[in-house]
Design a protein around this ligand. Structure first.
Ligand SMILES: NC(=O)c1ccc[n+]([C@@H]2O[C@H](COP(=O)([O-])OP(=O)(O)OC[C@H]3O[C@@H](n4cnc5c(N)ncnc54)[C@H](OP(=O)(O)O)[C@@H]3O)[C@@H](O)[C@H]2O)c1
Length: 310
């Protein structure tokens, strides 16, 4: 059996459950591609998701332990499973790995061919790995669920975060005007992403600075989500990626991002046009992934944390 280096969790839990170790090298099944991982990226909350540890979204399925985390991959096609015709060994690809499968914190990952897209030429693997989950969440939240169009007025909560930093750029690229909430220390960063207005969420109440927005993208939840209703125009949409909005209100949407090649291609087009530049807070070696997951909980990052694999 071939082996590889990987980060795995043998028991459900937080970063303390992750170990850098030797693991079986996956094999590409029918319709799958074996990818040599160059870089992977990690997401706040990922180790708390049921789908990270079981084979069902709601946690009711069977445990998959030991599991390999990290759902965002950028790498090179190594081998093709039967029936795969759209990729060839050596192709540079990136993608969002389905949540109930092993992820990219490893030297190799086997993924459905359909979830991959060509890596944007303008990005190195580190920055390409920062895009699939955050970028598709922003794209699907703003466009598919939020109905964003040129001229929309958008409020992005958490504008310096993994999802928020892409969402600000995508909304601006699609012709929206954007207000974002962020910590004071991140205000310049978020303005540089294209936000017209940045509200310091610790010192100010955003509802005193913005009103009549067409779309709120909520990456924070809780009280922030509750207070967002009052800034929506009648008929506006509140899209949350954190928690289902109050069902008694009109216009609330919660969704979970889905792998989506067409969406990755749209993001790559924005990158090629110079309208989207995924932001990487730091790059750490694969072996230091447990510490990187712990750092996610500390906050105050500007963009994503990336694992450099090979
Ligand atoms: N449903 C889905 O499909 C989906 C997809 C991706 C992510 N998610 C979830 O969405 C959440 C965000 O993900 P992410 O990767 O963007 O996380 P992240 O990188 O940690 O970003 C969160 C951002 O929110 C900011 N923030 C914290 N409290 C805030 C507040 N009260 N008001 C405004 N901003 C605030 C943080 O700022 P400071 O750090 O400076 O405090 C940080 O910049 C996570 O819970 C993640 O699990 C869901």
């Amino acid at each position: 059996m071939s082996t590889m280096h990987a980060v795995r969790g043998h028991r459900r839990g937080g970063p303390e459950q992750l170990t850098y170790e030797s693991a079986p090298r996956p094999v590409a099944g029918a319709g799958e591609v074996l990818v040599t991982v160059r870089s992977a990226s990690i997401t706040s909350g990922e180790l708390g998701w049921d789908a990270t540890w079981t084979d069902r979204f709601d946690g009711s399925g069977s445990p998959r332990t030991p599991v390999i985390p990290s759902k965002e991959v950028s790498g090179v096609v190594a081998r093709l499973g039967t029936g795969v015709t759209e990729w060839a060994p050596g192709d540079e690809v990136y993608g969002l790995i389905p949540f109930t499968r092993d992820g990219a914190a490893a030297e190799f990952t086997a993924v459905p061919a359909a979830v991959l897209a060509a890596k944007p030429l303008q990005l190195d693997h580190d920055r390409a790995a920062a895009l699939p989950l955050a970028g598709l969440t922003a794209w699907q939240g703003l466009v598919r669920h939020g109905g964003l169009h040129p001229g929309s007025r958008v409020l992005v909560h958490g504008g310096a975060g993994g999802v928020g930093s892409v969402a600000v750029q995508v909304a601006v690229a699609l012709g929206a005007s954007v207000t974002a909430t962020a910590a004071a220390g991140a205000a310049d960063f978020v303005r540089e992403l294209g936000a017209d207005q940045v509200v310091d969420y610790r010192a100010e109440r955003f509802e005193e600075h913005v009103k009549d927005v067409d779309l709120v993208l909520d990456t924070v939840g809780g009280d922030t989500q509750d207070r967002s209703w009052q800034v929506l125009r009648p008929g506006g949409v509140l899209v949350s990626i954190v928690a289902p909005p109050d069902p008694s209100k009109q216009g609330g949407v919660f969704f979970v991002v889905e792998p989506d090649r067409a969406g990755l291609e749209e993001l790559a087009r924005l990158v090629a046009e110079g309208k989207l530049n995924p932001r990487v807070d730091r790059v750490v070696p694969l072996a230091e992934a447990p510490g990187a997951y712990a750092a996610l909980e500390e906050g105050h990052r500007l963009g994503k944390i990336v694992l450099r694999v090979s």
